[in-house]
Design a binder for this molecule. Structure first.
Ligand SMILES: Cc1cc2nc3c(=O)[nH]c(=O)nc-3n(C[C@H](O)[C@H](O)[C@H](O)COP(=O)(O)OP(=O)(O)OC[C@H]3O[C@@H](n4cnc5c(N)ncnc54)[C@H](O)[C@@H]3O)c2cc1C
Length: 380
């Protein structure tokens, strides 16, 4: 197996590196929380200009039809340099609309995703429905050409900064739970929607509660067939879990911890040294898994489901190990950090990494899926 990049991919990697060095908006990596939304918007438009925002999308929908391997090279460079380039619209809403949306919906929604104009959030989880998502209760009742929606969503990442929501609702309460769900696109400034902030344990406002009170959504915003939304939702989750190239953030973190460890007065505890070696090896294993997924996707056209699940599980738990190790290497220094320092970032990562094994499906659920789909173990 040849792990070297092809000349084309190496040239593209250099192009992305040059872009990050020369074309990013001023202050992009030092902006404080208040200025970050505006900076992220500027970055989005810059990426959209190059058609990099939806690199792998077909050209007819505004992408560059990049191969999974090219996408991997891109994701690695962006993640390594901590460039905020993630978009739910690009990652799963758009791909599902390409598969199940009408021509009119594709023409209406997709160009505004690739141009960076519309930002989407995902409205799946509810206070009583997370892992068992099919039990969701938000209710949509047909009234003429509209649905009238009532209910509550929770943990809606970016809901406070989104133009559109990708909403799962119950359209038929009288059939088995998987069979009465529909997917609709909702404008987030529709009358009757209230978005309330939730602050995470790292102190950042990332997700929200979203309340729906008699919100009218045109039936023309239904994507796919009524009551068959569970199947498009499941396809969307597969896209979500197959995000490749995310290991570079972990690699960067390990490099930073090694830098701190080298500079530590009095040297390092032998056990900590050994664990640093362990995570460095695990990062490489994770990277190889990413390449395997990209290679499979390139060969077959679809992301391999079980490898994607494994990579999500392995990566989420690895992040937590690295974040814990970072704080251990910092020692007492971890208590006193200055804003923007490596120690400050490690401190934040330690608190934020807790969510890695919950968001996008918990590790327990991932293990259940791998047990049945990859190992063929019985469900119960
Ligand atoms: C940072 C972050 C961002 C998020 N962003 C979004 C978003 O944008 N949109 C959105 O809709 N949701 C979002 N979520 C919600 C996320 O998808 C859910 O939190 C997750 O699916 C778990 O659901 P829950 O919180 O209801 O936990 P529960 O499902 O109540 O689970 C509680 C515990 O029980 C375990 N458990 C449950 N069922 C089983 C089982 N069958 N077998 C073994 N163990 C089980 C779980 O693993 C977990 O440990 C986000 C969550 C986080 C942390």
């Amino acid at each position: 197996m040849d792990f070297n990049l092809s000349p084309e991919h190496a040239a593209f990697q250099q192009e992305v590196r040059d872009f990050i060095q020369n074309d990013m908006p001023a202050g992009w990596n030092t902006a404080d929380a208040e200025d970050r939304p505006d900076i992220e918007r500027q970055i989005r438009f810059k990426l959209a200009e190059r058609k990099w925002l939806a690199l792998a999308w077909p050209k007819e929908y505004g992408g560059l039809a990049a191969s999974p391997m090219q996408q991997m090279v891109y994701n690695e460079m962006m993640a390594y340099n901590a460039v905020p380039s993630f978009s739910m619209g690009v990652a799963w809403v758009g791909p599902v609309i390409m598969l199940y949306g009408t021509k009119e919906q594709q023409e209406r929604f997709l160009p505004r995703i690739t141009s960076g104009e519309d930002v989407w959030c995902t409205l799946y989880s509810e206070p009583g429905s997370g892992s068992d998502l099919a039990s969701l209760q938000a209710r949509a009742v047909r009234d003429g050409d509209d649905y009238v929606v009532n209910g509550q969503k929770i943990w809606t990442s970016g809901g406070h900064r989104s133009d559109w929501g990708w909403l799962a609702v119950r359209t038929d309460p009288d059939v088995p739970k998987h069979k009465g769900i529909s997917m609709v696109c909702v404008k987030m400034d529709s009358p009757g929607i209230t978005v309330r902030p939730l602050v995470n344990m790292a102190g950042t406002h990332e997700f929200n509660e979203v309340f729906f009170e008699d919100v009218r959504i045109p039936v023309s915003n239904l994507v796919g067939e009524e009551n068959r939304g569970w199947y498009s939702l499941a396809v969307g989750l597969d896209f979500e879990r197959s995000s490749i190239g995310a290991t570079s953030t972990a690699r960067r973190m390990v490099e930073q911890i090694v830098g701190l460890a080298k500079a530590k007065p009095g040297g390092l505890d032998h056990g900590v040294k050994g664990r640093l070696v362990d995570v460095a090896i695990a990062v490489q294993v994770m990277r190889n898994m990413g390449y395997k997924i990209a290679a499979e996707q390139e060969r077959t056209g679809i992301a391999p489901n079980r490898e994607s699940q494994m990579a999500k599980l392995f990566g989420a738990e690895l992040n937590q190990r690295i974040a814990t190790l970072g704080l251990q290497v910092l020692g007492m220094q971890g208590q006193a950090t200055t804003s923007g320092s490596v120690a400050d970032r490690l401190h934040y990562n330690f608190l934020r990494a807790v969510a890695n094994t919950i968001e996008g499906g918990t590790s327990e659920i991932q293990r259940n899926v791998i047990a049945t789909r990859a190992l063929g173990l019985p469900r119960e």
